[in-house]
Design a protein around this ligand. Structure first.
Ligand SMILES: [Zn+2]
Length: 79
């Protein structure tokens, strides 16, 4: 038997519960069992969604509007 594959090493990789990407079960994988922060947040959002149930239009933040206004202000030449 000489068909040893590199996959059968001591490293363990489990599929991300969100997207199925293999996540190396090691200290470097800080978001495990998720593959990335994105998947972690997606999973959190999945159950947080049940209490909000807001789907569709993305609500505009007041802070966003504030930032846009400030930017527009800066662009406008003061005279
Ligand atoms: Zn993932």
């Amino acid at each position: 038997m000489s068909g040893n594959t590199a996959a059968s090493s001591s490293a363990v990789a489990l599929p991300c519960p969100e997207c199925g990407t293999r996540v190396l079960w090691a200290a470097q994988s800080v978001y495990r069992p998720f593959c990335s922060r994105r998947c972690q947040l997606l999973d959190l959002g999945a159950w947080a969604d049940e209490s909000h149930r807001i789907r569709g239009e993305p609500a505009m933040d007041e802070a966003d509007i504030d930032g846009l206004l400030r930017e527009a202000d800066r662009d406008a030449p003061l005279s």
